[in-house]
Design a protein around this ligand. Structure first.
Ligand code: AGP
Length: 606
């Protein structure tokens, strides 16, 4: 997703903005640019592709100025070429924008008819032209912004600088987050606190519809009705030091290896090791009286929701509906009185999930969010936040956030089961003890990485890969397929193993590897039958199982032996071989595993 950054103050703007853009790279992008103000004029440098191209351009053709804005663009309207790269500018204004202006075509028609000549294919240029027209008609920058914002439909986070106004930077948010950073004699704006972490930890988040006028010494925030308002300045927990690769080749590898630690940290916030019970924070609702649970998410977070469905239904006997946000939000079904709607999102900013949250809120549901970013938009609109304690997840493909989500969801399901009287204290203690073993079980998987790397080589040339699983291994099959697609660009599909005979088996031949997830649980024998059907058609099989399962593995199968573990925690433990497998295949194929093509870390557009 696009990233915006801006600075106003004493220091040279271009180096600060470029450093901030580097903190935003993880969001995914395909062009970048910077604009500053010098002697009353707007100067710009823009480049296609990675930030290094922009850095090289700035090195050979630098721009001065102490007020500047920058952008990493993830193309929505217009190809990822220089003329569509932000900042988009006229002779009066320069603007960077994250989001989509839904009525840009009408605005473009209106402005073209008024004689304004567009030079890009972007929706953003309509905003630049509206601002310019207002200022040509005598409006001040503040007046131009207030009037222009009222003309826009859609979602946006914008930062704007004005020719001849070096002491002014204006930003606004509607649907996409904006953080205002307070420095010493300097002010900043960014898409998130991570971008500003090296500059300041004093952060003010704009609320929905807010806009803010920044000078070098402070900011005045206005609400959607243009009334001056005070928004709190908070100290973010993020720091520049948290964003390093350490001695890992990629952020993704670092984050896969952090899982024992971050799951330990996350569990410590939910499990009392003495009583071996789950302790949730105070909830604004009674778990025992929840009539139904709806869980909504996207992508990998949707897969953790699917795993949770098995746990809530088996442990708490609670009926659960799970859906992807982009579909749920438009079905608009009535929701049951006294229902709980849980939204899972690593970023806390995914547009479809946020929209689904707002629908559920309008339906009178209790709203809970499970996020990794406690300062995100979803948290501000929820009744209660459950948090994964992973630290920043920089790799676009989610790994540690996924398993940490599972850890929290398992605790929540246990707490609900206890509240509903479906399990007793002894069973609760057994389950939390199983959870407490996750960090060491995952550490065992990590120690087996060399064997997994060898198996990764067997998939490099594959064109299609099937992933199969039963029970909670079915959502894992979906997640394993998504990881392979994201990281290696190989087509992969996850299926419930029992579904293979209902169509997908037609794909199976010697060129279609099948990855099967099969802990030695109640489903094991049935899944072994599926493996036999694949082998009978010369399909290459990679079986991920445990010791007991490996003893029954067919000779033709390549086997990854995961640690033996309680069925409750199998999804957390078995996720790691899938992550490592996809990572290795991506690396072997020379893909950019930290920022896969076309992907964004936080999808803040619909
Ligand atoms: C995960 O590997 C993907 N990058 C993607 O599917 C992601 O899970 C999805 O976009 C949801 O993001 P969120 O958890 O921040 O809402």
């Amino acid at each position: 997703m696009c990233g915006i950054i801006g600075t106003i103050g004493r220091g040279e703007a271009a180096p600060l903005v470029l450093e901030g853009l580097r903190r935003l790279e993880y969001r995914g992008y395909d062009s970048a640019g910077i604009a500053t103000l010098v002697d009353g004029r707007i100067l710009r440098r823009r480049a296609e592709g990675k930030l290094n191209h922009l850095a090289d351009l700035l090195a050979t053709d630098p721009i001065a100025g102490t007020t500047g804005i920058g952008h990493t663009r993830w193309a929505t309207h217009g190809a990822p070429v220089e003329r569509n790269a932000h900042p988009i500018a006229t002779d009066r204004v320069a603007i960077v924008h994250n989001g989509i202006i839904e009525n840009f075509a009408d605005l473009r028609t209106e402005l073209t008819a008024a004689g304004y000549a567009f030079t890009s294919d972007t929706d953003t240029e309509a905003v630049a032209m509206l601002l310019t027209r207002e200022m040509e008609n005598g409006a001040t920058p503040q007046e131009a912004v207030a009037r222009t914002l009222r003309r826009l439909h859609g979602a946006f986070a914008v930062a704007i600088i004005f020719a001849g106004y070096p002491e002014l930077l204006i930003c606004a948010r509607r649907g996409s987050p904006v953080a205002v950073g307070y420095g010493e004699g300097e002010m900043y704006v960014g898409s998130d606190a991570l971008a500003l972490a090296p500059l300041t930890q004093r952060i003010c988040y704009l609320d929905e519809g807010d806009w803010a006028v920044l000078s070098a010494t402070g900011a005045q925030v206005y609400d959607s009705e243009d009334r001056p308002v005070d928004r709190p300045i908070k100290l973010t927990a993020l720091s520049g030091a948290m964003i390093g690769k350490g001695n890992h080749r990629h952020f993704m590898h670092k984050e896969i290896c952090e899982q024992p630690a971050v799951i330990g940290d996350t569990l410590s916030a939910f499990v009392n090791p003495t009583s071996r019970s789950v302790v949730l924070q105070d909830l604004p609702f009674d778990l025992a009286k929840i009539s139904r649970v709806t869980i909504v998410a996207c992508g990998t977070s949707f897969h953790s929701a699917l795993v949770a469905k098995y746990w809530f239904e088996k442990l708490a006997r609670m009926p659960v509906e799970v859906d992807i946000a982009s579909e749920f939000r438009y079905r608009a079904a009535d929701m049951p009185e006294g229902g709980l709607a849980l939204f899972i999102s690593q970023s806390g900013e995914t547009a479809d999930t946020l929209a689904a949250l707002r629908y559920a809120k309008s339906q009178g549901q209790y709203i809970a969010v499970l996020v990794n970013q406690p300062e995100s938009s979803m948290v501000r609109e929820a009744d209660v936040m459950l948090q994964t304690l992973c630290g920043p997840e920089i790799g676009v493909a989610s790994t540690k956030a996924f398993t940490a989500q599972l850890a929290v969801l398992a605790c929540f399901a246990i707490a609900m089961a206890r509240a509903r009287g479906k399990i007793d204290a002894l069973r609760e203690a057994e389950l939390t003890t199983a959870l407490s073993e996750v960090p060491s079980r995952i550490a065992e998987v990590l120690a087996d990485e060399p064997a997994i790397e060898v198996l990764g080589k067997s998939l490099i040339e594959a064109r299609d890969v099937l992933y199969l699983g039963r029970g909670t291994a079915y959502p894992l099959a979906l997640e394993g397929a998504l990881k392979l697609k994201e990281l290696s660009y190989i087509h992969a599909e996850g299926y419930a193993a029992g579904e293979m005979k209902h169509g997908p088996i037609a794909l199976v031949d010697e060129n279609t590897p099948v990855v099967v997830l099969a802990p030695s649980d109640a489903y094991f024998d049935k899944t072994m039958s599926n493996i036999s059907e694949v082998i009978a058609r010369d399909g290459p099989v990679i079986l991920i199982t445990d010791e007991a399962g490996a003893a029954h593995a067919p000779a033709q199968a390549k086997v990854i032996v995961a640690p033996t573990c309680d069925p409750l925690i199998a999804p957390l433990v078995f996720a790691v071989p899938l992550q490592l497998l996809a990572y290795q295949v991506g690396v072997f194929r020379g893909a950019d595993v930290d920022q896969p093509r076309n992907l964004a870390k936080s999808v803040t557009v619909e």
